[in-house]
Ligand binder design. Structure first.
Ligand SMILES: Cc1cc2nc3c(=O)[nH]c(=O)nc-3n(C[C@H](O)[C@H](O)[C@H](O)COP(=O)(O)OP(=O)(O)OC[C@H]3O[C@@H](n4cnc5c(N)ncnc54)[C@H](O)[C@@H]3O)c2cc1C
Length: 343
């Protein structure tokens, strides 16, 4: 059965087939809804249902809060229409021209420049962009890497400075049994070709006069590092505190990069937090990164917060940041949802 989706504020409609997501239907008909990971993990495509009936996979509690679900917000990338629907896309801040012009994200041919371990389970992947010439991305955004020989896409955040136009660097956690993880850790060699789509996502540094707290867990350091490069490039003087939660000393990485950013931007304080085990002479913080934030910064009244990492860390940190005084609208994050488990 084909149903009609009416899109407000543009009063424009499109068809949606049975078993087709609302996002796929819009893109197929040359209309743009902003999107990212296409599997419910990033929240970029969040829009509101005004009328009609939908069936949505809402397992990603960190992408949509229970209040948002209650309030009829949904993710068209993982939602099918059961009946004619009216949706409101105002939240996406699209002009009518952008909406009618369709998807303008690009496909890039790239070549592997570096594929090496940084920790026991995180690899540095650097891709040289061959065609078209360079990706214009904003620090904090991500790209979808196409798994060779398949149509499968995996989202990864850029870790490098956006000024490095012809290079994309990723810090990728190798997940046991993960499809791209296997390719990355076993097969991918320097010189191999990879197709990358992007850029996507709206995680980026917002201009404000407030201090900045950043919280990273595991491979979540990648986009925050790119954002730190951006702040240093802009001569930032807002105090920035970067908390990085890792299990052991061996799981810390990008330390030299952080140190060289600190030399350029002395207002950056780096607080690594080890949760599982640490050497006797470890003078740094230990425990859960969120507990250390609470101990060190009992009031975050004048802060913007940026976070990236595994969904449980984001889920734990959001209420704590709220209790400490960060306004919900000043909390920005990407939860690194594994694709296969989100689909
Ligand atoms: C916006 C965004 C940005 C991201 N950026 C980064 C980044 O910079 N670095 C990074 O490391 N990660 C990042 N991620 C997460 C990353 O995309 C996933 O970890 C990645 O998709 C894993 O791909 P894979 O093919 O290796 O594993 P997948 O094949 O997707 O499998 C992932 C895990 O799920 C398990 N699994 C497989 N099938 C199922 C199933 N049916 N049900 C439940 N579990 C299953 C697998 O065993 C494996 O452990 C990001 C995610 C998002 C949404």
């Amino acid at each position: 059965m084909t149903v009609q989706i009416e899109v407000q504020p543009f009063s424009h409609g499109f068809d949606c087939e049975e078993n087709e997501t609302i996002l796929s239907a819009a893109l197929r008909q040359g209309l743009l809804l902003r999107y990212g990971c296409k599997n419910g993990g990033c929240g970029t495509c969040k829009i509101k249902l005004i009328d009609g009936d939908i069936e949505s996979d809402t397992r990603n509690s960190f992408t949509l809060t229970p209040d948002e679900v209650e309030d009829d917000w949904f993710l068209p990338c993982i939602t099918q229409a059961m009946d004619d629907c009216v949706v409101d896309v105002s939240q996406m801040e699209l002009t009518e021209e952008e909406f009618l012009s369709g998807d303008t994200s690009l496909e890039f041919e790239t070549e592997v420049a570096v594929n090496e371990p940084m920790t026991p389970d995180i690899r540095r992947l650097r891709l040289r962009i061959k065609n078209p010439d360079g990706m214009e991305f904003t620090a904090g955004q991500f790209a979808n890497i196409q798994i060779p020989g398949t149509d499968l896409l995996r989202p990864y955040s850029m870790a490098n400075a956006s000024r490095e136009r012809n290079m994309l660097e990723f810090g990728i956690k190798v997940l046991p049994g993960g499809v791209f993880s296997d390719v990355l850790s076993k097969d991918l060699r320097v010189g191999d070709k990879l197709v990358v789509h992007g850029p996507y996502g709206d995680l980026r540094i917002r201009s404000s006069h407030r201090n900045i707290i950043m919280i990273a867990g595991g491979s979540g350091l990648a986009p925050l590092l790119s954002m730190l490069h951006h702040l240093a490039d802009k001569g930032n003087i807002r105090p920035v505190q970067l908390f990085f939660g890792a299990r052991t000393l061996d799981d810390l990485y990008y330390l030299e990069d952080i140190q060289s950013i600190q030399e350029e931007m002395p207002c950056l304080e780096f607080i690594p937090v080890l949760s599982e085990s640490w050497p006797e002479d470890w003078a740094g913080a230990t425990g859960m990164v969120t507990d250390v934030v609470k101990e060190m910064l009992p009031s975050l009244n004048n802060y913007d917060a940026y976070m990236c990492g595994p969904p449980p860390m984001i889920d734990a940190a959001i209420p704590i940041l709220g209790e400490l005084g960060v306004r919900p609208r000043n909390i920005y994050f990407d939860a690194f949802v594994p694709s296969a488990s989100a689909a």
